[in-house]
Write a new protein. Sequence first.
Length: 254
Amino acid sequence: MRMRSVVVFLGLMFGVLVQAAAQSGGTPLKVAIAGDAPPYVINNATSGLEVDIVREALPGYSVQFEQMGFAETAPALEQGKVQAAVNVMKKDDGLFYSNNMISFANYAITKATDKMKIDSIADLAGKKVITWQGGPMDLGSEFEKMYGPNGTQRQNIIQAPTAPDLVAQFWKMKDVVAVVDMELFKHLSDKMGHKMDQVNLFPIFVPMTDFRVGFRDQKVRDDFNSGLAKLCSSGRYQELLKKYDVVQKENTCK
């Protein structure tokens, strides 16, 4: 009788847990995302453009964000530590990648007082450059040849683990070039007491760099793509851009 009671109790507890999961928003889904980088990730991944897009595109799931460094998200997905990862590049690795979720407008940014002029990626040669971890692999072949692991300028690259680190180091250093999304740079610089009229922007990269969400499960990827399409067709995606004051040069919903 005692064994039967234990089995009944465990069965009841399992039912309670399943019901609680359903009430909390559906199937749990652990998602890797970078550290706070407003306006994209804010307040420990409780809000922000990327956070809202992922949550609203997956209404049948209880999304649990796990923050980590820029360069850690893709490996965490590959190693099975998480079930999805935000802002990764599509690779032929057996995982499942969404349609483009978000686009970043990356610029070479210098302090106006440093009086630099940068008309091309080649003009970065000999200059100290700070970007995000993994940036040399995300910004095109020419930049990778200069600042990648075997690059001719690899001694001049600084790869910041988080967005606040990147922007803070830029403002502390002299004669350094930040390579980063303009909206992210603007928001963080404003928080640090700096204004955009203190910098020069050089559009030497492709107009937009597109990122996706990577998944370990094809069905979850398909559910995300379907949800993302609904955000676009309903106009909700544009509402989120306005909510976080993000201006995109190209339409991700095209």
